[in-house]
Design a protein around this ligand. Structure first.
Ligand SMILES: *Cc1c(COP(=O)(O)O)cnc(C)c1O
Length: 274
């Protein structure tokens, strides 16, 4: 995308998407979070203005602060109707959804999304990232993507670790199963205690506290009692929507999660959040 183009971007997209859009010099048009009617209206306006050569829609696959999943089937429908390029940043979907392949696969849309990008640093546990798309697009990126061209390649050790992680992911769904079980267990437990866990559909489990200072204090008290879950506050999320973000993993045991829930209850009562 360049200065003659437009990018429709979900208002809750990750900071790296926002920065990437800015670097492209394209006109960035934000649409309301997962609001397909707003996306369609803005796409029609952009198209009918005749101002742009190409128009792209870009979204997180799984939104990093809330854990909800992008409405990819509807986004693809709008994209087909209005001839938009589609780009999914699947940093939080890779290894988690679609038998590990990600959000696009989860919805069976592998041949409908132009670009899928993901990281190897989250569920895969190493470092690096990937872009998947049609061969022409990938060839073009290899000669035009400045961050790719002008930075050092991954080390052999990191590459070996990535290959092994992908092998593990491809050969068994056991870790994913455990991840989802742990995520669901933690969510049910927090909900039962009376916490607000927002709109999460994935193991990312926000615990929404609200006011910024109180959120930070809550996170600090959790840590003092043995739970590490970071506070996320304005400007990363909206004012008054501060939350402690929990990242349950396949490595957590039931005992650890039970202990965490006891601590959540204790701190929640102490701070009169519950
Ligand atoms: C974490 C994240 C990234 C960055 O991934 P790195 O591997 O840390 O560079 C990009 N996009 C989204 C949506 C993320 O959550």
């Amino acid at each position: 995308m360049d200065k003659d183009d437009a990018i429709l971007s979900d208002e809750l997209n990750h900071a790296s998407i926002i920065d990437g859009c800015r670097l492209s010099k394209a006109k960035v048009i934000a649409y309301k979070h997962s609001d397909i009617a707003d996306l369609r209206a803005k796409a029609i306006l952009a198209k009918e203005s005749g101002l742009y050569k190409k128009i792209m829609v870009i979204t997180d696959g799984v939104f990093s602060m809330d854990g909800d999943i992008a409405k990819l089937p509807e986004i693809v429908e709008v994209a087909e109707e209005l001839d938009l390029i589609t780009y999914v940043d699947d940093a939080h979907g890779s290894g988690v959804l679609g038998a590990g392949v990600g959000t696009v696969k989860h919805f069976g849309l592998s041949d409908k999304i132009d670009f899928q990008m993901g990281t190897l640093s989250k569920a895969l546990g190493v470092i690096g990232g990937y872009v998947a798309g049609k061969k022409d697009l990938i060839d073009w990126l290899k000669v035009r993507s400045r961050p790719f061209l002008f930075s050092t390649a991954s080390t052999p050790g990191d590459v070996a670790a990535c290959i092994t992680a992908i092998d593990i992911l491809s050969n068994s769904t056991e870790l994913q199963k455990r991840l989802w079980e742990n995520g669901n267990y933690l969510k049910e437990g927090l909900k039962a205690l009376g916490f607000d866990i927002g709109a999460s559909q994935t193991p990312i489990t926000p615990c929404i506290i609200g006011e910024e200072k109180q959120t930070q204090e809550f996170s600090r008290k959790l840590y003092e009692n043995g739970v590490y879950a970071k506070a996320i506050i304005f400007p990363t999320v909206r004012k008054g929507m501060g939350r402690v973000r929990n990242m349950p993993t396949a490595a957590h045991t039931r005992e650890m999660l039970d202990k965490a829930l006891v601590i959540y209850k204790k701190v929640g009562l102490e701070m009169k959040i519950l």
